[in-house]
Ligand binder design. Structure first.
Ligand code: NZQ
Ligand code: ZN
Length: 383
C-alpha cells in the first residue's frame, strides 16, 4: 500500500425524490444565473427538465438553456456553451443527464473564465486556473463523472477524443436518483456496467502494488456488483434496488477511491477505446466491451496471476487466466455488448489508422510503454 491523499469534495444526494434539491443546492453556492446543460431527448421527454427548472426557479436561480449534448460530446457544442454563458453572465453550470452532459458542463465551466482556447486544457498546453461551479442531476449510471474531476470531449475537427482532469472540476453537488434511470434502454444499461467494470480493471490491472488487500477486495466487490445489478436492471428495468446498486457502483468505480494507495496506475484500455469513439462515434461502454477482453488477452503473459485472481474472485475459477478472459467476454456479450470490431462495424483494415489515433493519446497520457505496434496488436485481438 502506497502513500496517498484522498480528497473528494463532491456532495452526493442519493435516492428517490431528491431532484428538487437541485434548486437549494445551486442557490446555496451563491449563484443566480445557471447555464442548464442537457442532452438531446430524454430530459425533456421524461419531464425532468420541467422538474429541474421549477426547482431552480423556486430557489431564485434563472435559467439559460443549453440542450442538445450528443453522446461523445463535441468541442463545438462546448464552445457554444462557453459563448452563451459569457454573453448571459451565467455564474453556475447545472448539468442534467449522463456522462456526456456532465463532461460538457465541466468543459464549459473551465472555458468560461479562461483566456485561451478550452481545447488547450485537453492537450495539456494549459492548466485550468478557474472554473464556474457545477451542480448535476445524473440520469445514467456509467462514467462516474458525477463524482470525479474528469471531462472527456471530442474535437470533431481533428478527430481527437481527449480528457482533462482538474480538482476545480468536481461537481459541488450531484443528485443521484436511481428512478431517473428506469428509462435507460437495455443497451446503454449494459454499456454503463461495462464502463464501470473497465474503470475498476484499469486500476486493478495496472497497479504494481502487490500488497493492497483493501483495494483489491473493494474492486472485486464493485465488479461483482456491476455485473449483478446490470443483470437485475435488464431483467426488470424498474427494479429500484438493481438501479440503485448499478448507480452507486458506477460512481464508486471512478471517484478516486479504487486507486487510493495503488501508486502509479494507467488507463490503456480507455486510451484505445477513445479512438473508436473519436473515429466511429461508438458508445464509450460498447467500445470498451470490445477492447477490454482483447487487452486482457494481450496482457496475459505479463499478468497471468492477476487475471487468474480476478477469475477466481469473480467467476469462481481455479487459477485459469485464459478462461477468465473468455468468461468476462462471454458475460459482456450475454448482456448485449458488442465484443468484436466487426460488431461495431469497424473493418480490420482500419486498425493501423485507429492505432495511430490512439498513439497520439498514449503520448499525451504518458503511456510511453505503448508503441503503435502494441496498440495494433491489441486491436487485432478484438475479433
Ligand atoms: O441525449 P439524451 O436524450 O440525454 O440521451 C442519452 C444518450 O443518448 C441517453 N440517456 C441518458 N439518460 C437516460 C437516457 N436515455 C433514457 N433514459 C435516461 N435516464 O443515453 C445516451 C448516452 O448518454 P451519455 O451521457 O453519452 O452516456 P454516458 O453516461 O455513458 O457518457 C459517455 C461519455 O462519458 C465519457 C465517455 O467517453 C463518453 O463521451 N466518459 C467520461 C468519464 C469521466 N468524465 O470521468 C470517464 C469515462 O471513462 C468516459 O470516458
Ligand atoms: Zn470509461
Amino acid at each position: 500500500m502506497q502513500n496517498f491523499i484522498f480528497h473528494n469534495p463532491t456532495k452526493i444526494i442519493f435516492g428517490r425524490g431528491t431532484v428538487p434539491q437541485i434548486g437549494p443546492e445551486t442557490a446555496a453556492l451563491g449563484c443566480r444565473r445557471a447555464l442548464l446543460i442537457y442532452g438531446r431527448e430524454n430530459v425533456k421527454k421524461s419531464g425532468l427538465h420541467g422538474q429541474v427548472t421549477a426547482a431552480l426557479a423556486q430557489a431564485g436561480v434563472a435559467v439559460i438553456e443549453h440542450g442538445g449534448v450528443s453522446s461523445n460530446p463535441l468541442l463545438s457544442h462546448v464552445r457554444e456553451g462557453i459563448a452563451k454563458a459569457r454573453a448571459q453572465q451565467a455564474d453556475v453550470i447545472v448539468a442534467v443527464g449522463g456522462g456526456s452532459v456532465i463532461d460538457t458542463a465541466k468543459a464549459v465551466a473551465a472555458g468560461v473564465p479562461a483566456d485561451g482556447d478550452v481545447w488547450d486544457f485537453f492537450t495539456y498546453k494549459q492548466e485550468v486556473k478557474a472554473a464556474l461551479p457545477i451542480t448535476a442531476v445524473l440520469t445514467l449510471a456509467a462514467t462516474g463523472s458525477e463524482m470525479n474531476a474528469g471531462t472527456v470531449i471530442t474535437n470533431e475537427a481533428t478527430q481527437e477524443k481527449f480528457a482533462c482532469t482538474h480538482r476545480l472540476l468536481y461537481p459541488k453537488t450531484s443528485i443521484l436518483d436511481p428512478e431517473l434511470t428506469f428509462t435507460v434502454p437495455p443497451d446503454y444499461t449494459a454499456y454503463g456496467a461495462a464502463d464501470a467494470i473497465a474503470h475498476v480493471l484499469e486500476f486493478y490491472m495496472t497497479t504494481t502494488d502487490e500488497d493492497a488487500p483493501v483495494q483489491m477486495d473493494f474492486m472485486e466487490g464493485l465488479i461483482r456488483n456491476a455485473m449483478r445489478s446490470c443483470e437485475r436492471c435488464l431483467a426488470d428495468p424498474r427494479d429500484y434496488g438493481g438501479r440503485a446498486a448499478l448507480m452507486w457502483t458506477a460512481t464508486l468505480a471512478l471517484n478516486g477511491l479504487t486507486g487510493a494507495g495503488l501508486g502509479r496506475t494507467a488507463f490503456p484500455m480507455h486510451m484505445i477505446e477513445h479512438s473508436l469513439s473519436a473515429l466511429y462515434n461508438v458508445p464509450h461502454g460498447a467500445g470498451l466491451a470490445v477492447v477490454v477482453p482483447a487487452w486482457l488477452r494481450w496482457r496475459l503473459p505479463q499478468s497471468e496471476a492477476r487475471i487468474a485472481r480476478l477469475g477466481q474472485e469473480i467467476f469462481g475459477l481455479a487459477a485459469d487466466a485464459e478462461q477468465t478472459v473468455l468468461r468476462l467476454r462471454g458475460w459482456l456479450s450475454s448482456v448485449g455488448c458488442p465484443v468484436t470490431l466487426a460488431e461495431l462495424k469497424i473493418p480490420e483494415a482500419d486498425i493501423p489508422r485507429i492505432a495511430a489515433n490512439a498513439h497520439a493519446l498514449a503520448r499525451i497520457w504518458r503511456l510511453d510503454n505503448y508503441s503503435q505496434a502494441d496498440i495494433e496488436a491489441v486491436l487485432r485481438l478484438c475479433r
